[in-house]
Design a protein around this ligand. Sequence first.
Ligand SMILES: Cc1cc2nc3c(=O)[nH]c(=O)nc-3n(C[C@H](O)[C@H](O)[C@H](O)COP(=O)(O)O)c2cc1C
Length: 319
Amino acid sequence: MKKTRVSQILGIEYPILQGGMLWLADAGLAAAVSNAGGLGVISPMAGMEAHGEPVNNLKDQIEKAKGLTKKPFGVNIPLDLRDSGLLMDLILTQKVQVVVTAAGDPRLYTELLQSQETKVLHVLSSVRHAKAAESAGVDAIIVEGVEAAARNGFDELPLFSLIPQVVDAVGIPVIAAGGIVDSRGVVAAMALGAEGVQLGTRFVVVKESIASQKYKDAIIAAKDTDTVITCRQLIPSRSLKTTEFTQALLALEEGGATADELRDFIGHAASRTGGLEGDLENGEAYCGSSAGLIHEILGAGEVVRRLVNGCREVIDSLA
Ligand SMILES: Cc1cc2nc3c(=O)[nH]c(=O)nc-3n(C[C@H](O)[C@H](O)[C@H](O)COP(=O)(O)O)c2cc1C
């Protein structure tokens, strides 16, 4: 796999990122990905109690990750989290190599973080937001297609259309996310002009992942048509539609529930209840639309190795 600007900027061997995952992306997972040559990313609430303290939790996770890997790793901060300012204060004292911001204005912390030698990546889903992130000075952007698990862009643009349009519109490196599970996805994204890839759902279903077994099994059982976007007008999110929770949410939406009613139903930690506790009746099971390609639980390092080693075969098959 060739070195790209993404691997150079992040100081990693392969331009493969494990996406931030709110309650799930902990130090153990991030370190396993980083040790395999990719970039592991920690989420502030990983493994935390539903009403825990994210700043302390993130501090513990960063310290733990530093003990588990000497390679670079990142931290994901959704900027709409209530504690995002306090989390940034912590990050500035912790010398984190990479921060991945999402769900907010990339101008907020980019300069400050970069003044501490931290590289800043921003997650987005349209050409307009890509241009804005470039103007904000971020080092690279993560462009998420509608295939992606969890929060989606309102315009629902598929990765295949989005990546080349963004690549043509900006000069900074582009990392593709959404529906990538194997080397075919990696080669396709790079052929479209991406210089790196980010995977979420594939890294839920690995040995090091703290996701519940029930959630992992549900992803493995999923086929192509088993995910759906809920709450399109509010917070569009892609989840497994095979769960009781999502069926009930869809029924509420079809019945014309108001935004407040939907918010009340989802509650504060539905993806924790589904993802960590495995309670798929009362909790959400975020899942990307390529779940049908995931058939087994592998080690996170093995996922990275297969992504890298499989590229040659895919490229040769095109020649
Ligand atoms: C359980 C779960 C939680 C996620 N939470 C976040 C998050 O907190 N912040 C974020 O930027 N992206 C989040 N994502 C999106 C991933 O970082 C990644 O971009 C996405 O999963 C890529 O699509 P894929 O799942 O098809 O590989 C989450 C994904 C999953 C599966």
